[in-house]
Design a protein around this ligand. Structure first.
Ligand code: F6R
Length: 609
């Protein structure tokens, strides 16, 4: 949440800052601002709204300078307004701060600072940082920031520039991500890697508690006690193109279409082509430890939590392991009964979600083994868990998660087979057949994508709905939840996902001719029962849109609209069935004129609790 971008080098900072902030806009977009240092003087421009507003303002009145920091905001403290936008200044307007995170003790600090004569302009928590640094400054900006941070409780990624120390950016991290990019005669600072991939692939991740003093040619990193640290930059292999729209009108659509290749990349190197053997060296678990696992707990938020729900079905079915799924925010504050034989699997696209991170810490504190299923290389959760399995989906920029979800499901499916084999729950032959099904999946995903224009037509009949119900049984239930979530977040239509059998216990009261009901009715042992639910909806005048398996002739006479997916095993059907629902949500949102890649109030990485 909130994006930070910084530049220091031998060129004008402004174009880099604007470009970087545009790439980070998915993290927050209610207001934005930039500060540069030009000939030793600070210039600040900010405005409410998206980066395009800021760009327009800056076109009219550009600010020069070869050092600068920028911020795109997702408001936590203080409503979106000019005065609450970052960067925030000290009393003398000599230094500015941009911040991502929450300063928990800001009220108390603010009171004390105000008593000492500091003049506050905003209602944000961040502004206390500017005043604290001002107070601590005695000729060394890095030292002033460190001393200020000693007084602060909470989470932060921050960047500071000052007229008194104009050839550097000082950065610090505790909780929220911050990455330094090393170019030729220039350095970058960013909340994520894709935003600076165009300029450099040599990066250094700041760890919690670390601070950096960044100049154009050099970066010095220190721990919280001021001890200098020798860190070797890493090279990122993502290609810069993967973070662009590539001809699609939105990242969400591009990412939906990337699913066949993303799933292929996720399988690659983990499954032997001939023998179909599975390798997961990254798990960091010995054979003995795998065999000893007697319980699995998935923990995650949002879409990743839905992947965990599918995981519960798969692990119980294939690995015969008792499995639970927990919202990360609930897990961390309960007293979970877990021990060294529990495997806690944290699922997270970003690897930065605050609650999921805290859930991993909680699991580790209780001696559980932890694995992260994660998309972003080197992210905090990836580093905190005992083992990490990367989804290899490439950067996901659209706020609504699509390819991250299907690649998470791919990993979970493979892990369930691996555990099933090691525990003797499935035979070699069964495992081989399950793997063959997976290998043929990307092609089937391509076929689902070929049906895009039909789904776009279905979206037409749906666009003016105000409510929608999604129903599924078995592994179709998490997909119903995910379909409803996709619709809610991008189109602002209220939608609910339910296990189909639960409909009679309440939601049926809502059904009338204005209520579209999306039913997942792919083949499997619950198919007949799902048909019964469709009849119940039809009998009450509801409009039914069914996702069914190819070859199902019967369904067409019962539903108003049918979207077919290729035949696959029941275990893999969630992976195929979710794709039409992503496309449906996308086109409904486009037809309603919604801002698909940056839905209101949302942010891609939720780095605050
Ligand atoms: C929905 C969506 C969110 C995320 C959730 C967790 O489309 O993207 O619900 O799934 O915020 O994020 P990660 O997976 O990064 O931990």
């Amino acid at each position: 949440m909130c994006g930070i971008f910084g530049y220091i080098g031998d060129k004008e900072a402004l174009p880099f800052l604007l470009e970087g902030l545009k790439k980070l806009e998915y993290r927050g977009y209610d207001s934005a601002g930039i500060a540069t240092l030009h000939k030793g003087k600070l210039f600040v421009t900010k405005c409410v709204g998206k980066i395009s507003e800021l760009e327009t303002t800056l076109q009219k009145k550009p600010i020069g300078g070869e050092v600068g920091i920028g911020h795109t905001r997702w408001a936590t403290h203080g409503q979106p307004s000019h005065v609450n936008s970052h960067p925030h200044e000290d009393c003398k307007s000599e230094l500015v701060v941009v911040h991502n995170g929450i300063i928990e003790n800001y009220l108390e600090l603010r009171r004390e600072l105000a008593d000492r004569g500091h003049d506050f302009r905003s209602s944000t928590d961040t502004e206390v940082l500017a005043h604290l640094i001002e107070e601590k400054y005695a000729g060394n900006l890095l030292l002033a920031v460190r001393e200020a941070l000693l007084l602060v409780r909470g989470s932060y990624a921050l960047a500071v520039i000052s007229e008194n120390d104009p050839q550097k950016i000082v950065a610090a991290r505790s909780g929220s991500p911050l990455i330094i990019g090393h170019g030729e005669e220039e350095s970058f600072l960013s909340s994520d890697i894709p935003a600076m991939l165009k300029y450099t692939s040599r990066i250094t991740q700041l760890e919690n508690g670390e601070m950096a003093e960044i100049t154009a040619t050099e970066t010095r990193i220190y721990d919280q006690h001021g001890k200098s640290l020798a860190k070797t930059p890493s090279l990122i292999s993502w290609d810069p193109e993967s973070a662009e729209k590539g001809g699609y009108s939105h990242f969400m659509l591009k990412e939906i279409h990337e699913q066949p290749s993303a799933i292929r990349k996720t399988i690659e190197g983990r499954v032997e082509a001939d023998s179909h053997k599975i390798h997961f060296d990254e798990l960091n678990l010995t054979e003995e430890e795998i065999r000893k696992v007697n319980r699995v707990v998935f923990t995650a938020c949002g879409t990743s939590w839905h992947a965990g729900l599918v995981g519960e079905y798969l692990f119980e079915q294939l690995a015969k392991l008792p499995t639970e799924v927990e919202y990360a925010a609930e897990f961390r504050y309960r007293s979970p009964i877990i021990d060294e034989n529990t495997l806690v699997i944290a699922i997270t696209q970003s690897g930065e979600t605050a609650d999921t991170l805290a859930a991993v810490w909680e699991a580790k504190a209780r001696n559980a083994k932890t694995i992260a299923i994660c998309n972003v290389t080197g992210s905090t959760i990836a580093r905190e868990a005992h083992g990490v399995v990367y989804t290899n989906a490439g950067p996901e920029i659209g706020v609504a998660s699509t390819k991250a979800f299907t690649t998470q499901l791919t990993i979970i499916y493979l892990l369930a087979i691996l555990f099933g084999k090691r525990r003797g729950a499935i035979s070699e032959k069964e495992a081989t057949s399950l793997i063959s099904d997976l290998i043929s999946l990307p092609q089937k995903v391509e076929r689902v994508l070929q049906g895009e224009s039909l789904i776009e037509t279905v979206a037409d009949t749906f666009r003016s709905a105000t409510n929608a119900l999604y129903l599924g049984r078995g592994k179709g239930f998490p997909i119903a939840l995910e379909g409803a979530l996709k619709l809610k977040e991008v189109s602002y239509i209220h939608a609910e996902g339910y296990p189909a059998a639960e409909m009679k216990h309440g939601p049926i009261a809502l059904i009338d001719k204005n209520m579209p009901v999306v039913v997942l009715a792919f083949s499997g042992r619950r198919y007949e029962k799902t048909l019964g639910n469709i009849e119940e909806v039809k009998a009450r005048g509801g409009r039914v849109i069914v996702v069914a398996s190819e070859g199902d002739k019967q369904i067409a006479s019962q539903a108003d609209e049918v979207i077919y997916i290729p035949q696959t095993s029941e275990a893999l059907s969630p992976l195929l069935a979710v794709i039409p629902l992503q496309i449906l949500a996308y086109y409904i949102a486009v037809k309603r004129g919604c801002h698909v890649d940056q839905p209101r109030n949302l942010a891609k990485s939720v780095t605050v609790e």
